[in-house]
Design a protein around this ligand. Sequence first.
Ligand SMILES: [Zn+2]
Length: 685
Amino acid sequence: MKQTHRPPAAILLAAVIAVAPGCRKTPPLASGIDVAGMDTSVAPGDDFNAYANGGWIKATPIPADKPSYGLFEKLADDTRKRVQTLVQEAAQAGPVGGEDARKIADFYASFMDEAAIEGKGIAPLKPQFDQIAAIANRHDLARLLGGRLRADVDALNNTNFQTSNLFGVWVTQGLADPSHSFPYLLQGGLGMPDRDYYLSAAAHMVDLRKQYQAHVAAMLKLAGFDQPAARAARVFALETKMAAAHATRVESEDVHGVVSWKREELASKAPGLDWPALLGAAGLQDAPVFMIWHAKAIPGLSALTASEPLDAWKDWLVFHTVDDAGGLLPKAFVDERFSFYGKALTGVPELRPRWQRGVDSTNVALGEIVGRLYAKRYFPPETKAKVQAMVGDLVKAFGKRIDALTWMSPETRAKAKQKLETLKVGVGYPDRWRDYAGLEIVKGDALGNARRAGLFEYRSQLAKLHQPVDRDEWWMTPQTVNAVNLPLQNALNSPAAILQAPYFDANADAAHNYGSMGAIIGHEISHSFDDQGSLFDAAGRLANWWTKEDFDHFRAAGEALAAQFDAYRPFPDLAVNGHQTLSENIADVAGLLASYDAYRLSLGGKPDIVKDGLSGDRRFFVSFAQSWRSRIRDEALRAEIATDGHAPEQYRADTVRNLDAWYDAFPVEPAQKLYLAPKDRVRVW
Ligand SMILES: [Zn+2]
């Protein structure tokens, strides 16, 4: 989830008090507004994003190695440099740094050792090629498919639905049983991002299909397989059948579509696959009950393991073995992968520098070792305490909004308040750190290290099946520039890396900090009450806690917002999908409303002063829009619209049009493009 948080008043207040005792003259807080980045020739009511960001958009090219660029990407770049420094320091420390430090140093060094990777060539994949070649029947096939499963999807927290394995596995508490963890099975198997890429008649998609087939053939050829074009055609035909069985992205968001099947029922409800063989190889043979996220797709995929030729499956397995390892193979493989997944799919002309890819890979494999070092260096306990106080303010403001809702019945209101009061907000980093003692990292074995790390993560997730549910579990690392709501845990994670300037700038004033970081924290809190979050009660149980009238009102308000976003057309042939992005759009509006309230409260009844020619309210809204400033390549924008739960940034910035306070702050006329009559402004919370 792409959200950035702004600093709340409590932090600012604390910062001011901290310097006051010395009686030194403190410089006045800056407005935090990038005035040069605005374009005041645009009427705010016509295009608020252009008004707030037009100057920056004109002056800022998209770096050649990125699909998009904005504040978010800039901070991610800064954070990568910090992590690189931490890893290099770990390497310099040598044995005195300890075993954890050695692991991140060796993992990173192995990734960077291109000579060793070139020297090995395709040899590290040979044992897997041999296993695939030895598949003689459907039982063997199921064993191989099962052995590849990993904990690589996350349906409700990070909303990641994509895996090139036959199924994705996610381990968390049950939808109806918050006291036990279950394995969730999700659809998988595609090399392109979504079923639309295989099935849509749009010319753009038809073209990408040709390029994808060419990519499959190129990877097989590089790996030394004969008849690469014929094999690629078989792989593509099989994936197209998988895509036809797949649920759409919108269907994937429907928690009511999830079913629970006993292990013995899998073979009858999803016939075709040798389930005992698959589960045994996946380490899931003892799980009594499975949560089936895609109740139609999983039987469809299972049937294909019986109906499609073994040779097609073997080609598919070989291709994904090569493709998944691609980033850790010699340069020719890396470049070929980039030419499809980078250039063709997202329009990026240049591959990122290797050190950046190495840092990202280290963050994935050893995330909490890096995270612990990161938090220690960059997120001191004082900052954590200040952020916690700020979160408290936002929660209070949200509670007041719930109290003031005229349409909500007392019963629903009591449940909503209970959910808010028991919300757990994780700030910066987890209370307990993952133990990586069981993970072997070998210097010089880049591919082996990544493989062992993936398996280690999978086994760590499976171990949760035999442990009490941990409501404090984190789903993002501290060095992640982002934040996430965890519906099943009734909790939030706000990693250390997003709790920094410019999202939270201690030298800027309240209007700025509430407009950016405050709105982001408000966004995450409100996910607990959006179209998905409202389906889960205070304990994280999928349970309807609304009266029918209240829920009807809530749904109707959501429909209005969906229609508003359906009308945005970044391309003549492609509109934003208002339902696919509904949760995020509700969270944006609600978060902005709560943060605006908290901002006004922070002023203690006094009017804010004018800075940089802008009133406090104007700065609040401009800061919000500036926190979403972004440029994106056309191809990447198309991919985002097809697969992302978030609307494109420019429309997120324009959501200010739903707040009455925006109309009070700016001269917006009914004839202007963003104007909404008061009855059409969506206010869910
Ligand atoms: Zn979100």
